[in-house]
Design a protein around this ligand. Structure first.
Ligand code: HEM
Length: 497
């Protein structure tokens, strides 16, 4: 940072001036303090618990009034302000103003620096400005609802997905029959990852990688690399040093090779237009698509696994909702995630899962210029250039004021799919009640239709085949690139007759 800018920030910080403007001012959070969940910045001892870091921003907020208790900022060390918001109106307005036009917000690349080092900087996820726009136009079509849901294509997909899921769940069933026990204790996290990666590599990209190879070689590689990307973002230099002494470099190299081989397999279908490759109507060389394919493989496996794991985990605590979903799916042979009439309860479970336990728990933005944001209810906030913005989806969705009993009929921190029924009856549409599970605005998730289809099919097939019960009374959350149930989805499975 330019030394003049640093000094300007420092003097403002020391004299306590609020660098924001408008009629909806955020309130300041101090760097040091007692009685808080942790420090408001990632440090070597707390970086693995980002949800608590965000929670720290709202310490004492319940006793405050006004929008400042939902919009907080940290301003210290001579660096640009960090704005953290759990205010749905502000989150929506900032997302709507993210894009490649002058003065619009960028996606802040600092929390994904490790991902870019692993996949390349030109992916749709990492790029900003004109490069982002170009990457988006390259890849958007194959993921579009219009493409995935054309009758002939959708039926093909659904059949293959259904077969894949059924085969994998059958393996679990066989294990159970072999052991001769009525109930089997399993951690489903790994199984879900394998199914998700298999659907992507084999069904979407037209590969033909065997189950064992995926489970024992590729999935561990992607899992290791995702973990590495998080560490490499938070403390890149100390991690690199540590690897020199622990021999970890060899492990990293081996997993990088496995991931590169998987990317080659996905790209290999392009020439013969296998899977969905026919929809990529572009003659750019493979190298121009490579970083995107890597992001799709790792990111999509991560996000769909998180989503499906949470849905199964929530259902494992709720026999009542499991039965409701079972009644719907037991004789269902067609699933359309956007058609609530076909499986309203399954859809409510998925909607509620993404609200209470969003896979992507925060969305990073950066102000490229001094920018005035206006919410739909007329509030304004002037955000200074350079501000790092963290749209805190996790805490927005758990805030009683926005999602609690008064508004939705049920406490905000409870898994209650029936709230969606309540809201429908009150005439509140999902357009008004945004939980940002797939983002909002120009940087909305392009994989939504594919992801929902995969997750709906996996959860539906799981409920159809098994009754399952959580082993722990309450499941906590862990968060890295995405959030996951802390117990690895440990359940007791019982085969339905
Ligand atoms: C079903 C689980 C999924 C969830 C919950 C999810 C969630 C999200 C969210 C919240 C964003 C917005 C990020 C932001 O605004 O900063 C996003 C963006 C993105 N998602 Fe997904 N996603 C899922 C599946 C997928 C799949 C299956 C793919 C691709 C195969 C994918 C590819 C992407 C990409 C490339 C972006 C960046 C788009 C851009 O910046 O223009 N996602 N996703």
């Amino acid at each position: 940072m330019h030394s003049f800018t640093w000094l300007r920030h420092l003097s403002r910080q020391m004299f306590g001036g609020n660098p924001f403007g408008g009629n909806c001012l955020p309130t300041r959070v101090s760097l040091f303090g007692s009685g808080r969940p942790t420090s408001p910045v990632p440090l070597p001892w707390n970086y693995k618990d980002p949800l608590r870091i965000f929670q720290t921003f709202y310490a004492g907020a319940d006793n405050e009034e006004g929008w400042g208790c939902h919009n907080r900022y940290l301003y210290a060390g001579g660096i640009s302000p960090v704005l953290v918001s759990r205010d749905p109106g502000m989150i929506k307005a900032i997302q709507a103003m993210t894009g490649d036009k002058p003065g619009q917000f960028d996606r802040d690349t600092s929390p994904t620096a490790g991902i870019a080092r692993a996949t390349g900087e030109d992916s749709l996820l990492y790029a900003n400005g004109a490069l982002w726009r170009r990457q988006k136009s390259l890849v958007i079509k194959p993921f579009s609802r219009g493409n995935l849901f054309q009758l002939h294509r959708f039926e093909g997909f659904e059949k293959t997905f259904r077969n894949t899921v059924a085969k994998r769940l059958d393996c679990l069933r066989e294990r159970q029959l072999e052991l001769g026990k009525s109930k089997l204790l399993v951690e489903l996290d790994l199984e879900i990852k394998v199914i998700m990666l298999e659907m992507l590599v084999n069904n979407f990209f037209g590969g033909s990688v065997g189950y064992d190879e995926l489970r024992d070689y590729h999935v561990p590689a992607v899992v290791y690399l995702i973990d590495h990307m998080v560490r490499d973002t938070v403390a890149p230099k100390s991690q690199a040093m540590a690897r020199l002494f622990t021999g970890e470099n060899r492990t990293l190299g081996r997993h990088r090779e496995a991931f590169a081989a998987l990317t080659d397999i996905a790209l290999a279908g392009r020439k013969q237009k296998l899977g969905s490759w026919a929809e990529f109507e572009s003659d750019v060389p493979d190298s121009a698509l490579r970083s995107n394919i890597m992001v799709f493989l790792a990111g999509a496996m991560e996000a769909t696994t998180s989503f499906a794991s949470w849905a199964i985990s929530h259902l494992s605590h709720s026999p009542e909702w499991q039965s409701r979903v079972y009644e719907e799916v037991k004789s269902m042979d067609h699933y359309d995630p956007d058609d609530f009439s076909g499986a309203p309860n399954l859809n409510r479970v998925l909607e509620e899962t993404l609200r209470l336990t969003p896979s992507l728990y925060f969305l990073p933005r950066r102000a490229t210029a001094d920018t005035l944001v206006e919410t739909t209810d007329g509030r304004t906030m002037l955000i200074p250039r350079g501000t790092h913005i963290r749209l805190d989806i996790w805490h927005a969705n758990r805030c009683e004021e926005f999602w609690g009993e008064k508004v939705t009929g049920y406490p905000a921190d409870q898994f209650a799919p029936e709230r969606w029924e309540f809201m429908e009856q009150k005439g509140l549409s999902s357009r008004e009640m945004l939980h940002f599970g797939f983002g909002y605005g120009p940087r909305f998730c392009p994989g939504r239709s594919l992801g929902l289809l995969e997750v709906g099919l996996v959860v539906g097939a799981m409920v159809k085949l098994f009754r399952f019960e959580a082993v722990s009374g309450r499941t906590g959350a862990v968060a890295g690139v995405s959030t996951k149930p802390a117990d690895g989805v440990r359940v007791e499975l019982e085969l339905r007759s």
